[in-house]
Ligand binder design. Structure first.
Ligand SMILES: NC(=O)c1ccc[n+]([C@@H]2O[C@H](COP(=O)([O-])OP(=O)(O)OC[C@H]3O[C@@H](n4cnc5c(N)ncnc54)[C@H](O)[C@@H]3O)[C@@H](O)[C@H]2O)c1
Length: 301
């Protein structure tokens, strides 16, 4: 191991299972001190358990690393503040926030109810904001006290948020919101020494086990492209001092692949210099659509 994040203090949310667990283990292997946050809910967000966070801490400490568990709900305002407080009280500083926690309540839009909408928007979008708000306020105070941080936030979006995903209207909206939040946060927090990037991972976890079944794993024990551990090296690098020049970016990452996503851009346009009549716009819009590349298909369409 290169020790690329040696002695950096890292919070990983939702780190008791799946991709977050791999991030926590990978940061610890590279010398970081890790706050393993996980409220321990079921796949649909129900119930709570301290078990998953404690287990990952036990794994890290058993291999000689440093970690502490936190079981707060990241979408609870005071809970998110306590997660940041756990890093400061235990390790005396905070360098990296990896926002990863979340769950699914999938349904076609016409069947999606209000609770399913609210719960998924809350955990992903408010959960990301609450964590970055409390971490950001700490880093701003550090910068104002003359201790400009070299800090990182890595958010977790999804292909569902960037391209859309049938049956996941609530989740896609939350993950698209996270992509927008990443852009604003990267612009606002740069002055305090904080970079903010996002990832759209794909890996086999309980969240995706039906989509990426075990039989997609390499049969001969070779490279398993859907292993959640494949996502973490990029997240560790983004959390390191080396990534200072990269901010406001979104990476799709799975298997051995790292893809820089190119977001909404200004495309073909026509400016009349005056207000359009509705009846004039048919041929104008047709010309613009013809001149632009086809959008990428929505997942599952
Ligand atoms: N697995 C994939 O292919 C995939 C694809 C795109 C995006 N993602 C995203 O990656 C992240 C991790 O997903 P995963 O596949 O590892 O899922 P997972 O269910 O294995 O792990 C998520 C963890 O988050 C925890 N959690 C949920 N709500 C929480 C809360 N309010 N506070 C603290 N912890 C909470 C859960 O207890 C769980 O341990 C999620 O944001 C997910 O949307 C995953």
């Amino acid at each position: 191991m290169s020790g690329i994040v040696r002695d950096r203090v890292v919070v990983v949310t939702g780190a008791g299972r799946g991709i977050g667990r791999e991030h926590a283990l990978a940061f610890a292997r590279e010398g970081a001190k890790v706050v393993v946050n996980d409220v321990g809910v079921a796949l649909d967000g129900s119930g709570t358990s301290g078990g998953p966070a404690e287990q990952v801490v036990a794994e890290i400490t058993a291999s000689g690393g440093e970690a502490v568990a936190n079981t707060d709900d990241v979408a609870d305002w005071a809970g998110a503040e306590r997660v940041v407080g756990t890093a400061l009280e235990t390790f005396g500083r905070l360098d990296v926030l990896v926002n990863n926690a979340g769950f699914l309540r999938d349904r076609m839009l016409v069947n999606l109810d209000e609770q399913e909408w609210d719960a998924v928007l809350r955990v992903h979008l408010k959960g990301h904001f609450a964590m970055l708000r409390h971490a950001g306020a700490h880093w701003r105070a550090e910068a104002k006290a003359g201790r400009t941080p070299d800090a990182r936030i890595i958010n977790t979006s999804s292909g569902a948020g960037l391209l859309g995903s049938v049956g996941q209207g609530n989740y896609s909206a939350a993950k698209a919101g996270i992509a927008g939040l990443t852009l604003v946060a990267s612009a606002e927090l740069a002055r305090y020494g904080v970079t903010v990037n996002g990832i759209a991972p794909a890996a086999r976890t309980r969240m995706t086990e039906s989509a990426f079944a075990d039989d997609m794993a390499a049969p001969d024990g070779g490279f398993d492209a859907m292993d959640p551990g494949n996502v973490s090296p990029l997240v560790v690098w983004l959390g390191s001092a080396e990534s200072a020049h990269v901010t406001g970016r979104m990476f799709e990452v799975d298997g051995g692949r790292v893809c820089l996503m190119q977001s909404w851009r200004h495309g073909p346009e026509e400016d009349k210099g005056a207000r359009w009549e509705p009846g004039e716009l048919g041929p104008v819009v047709r010309k613009l659509v013809d001149a632009a590349p086809e959008p990428e298909p929505v997942y599952g369409a």
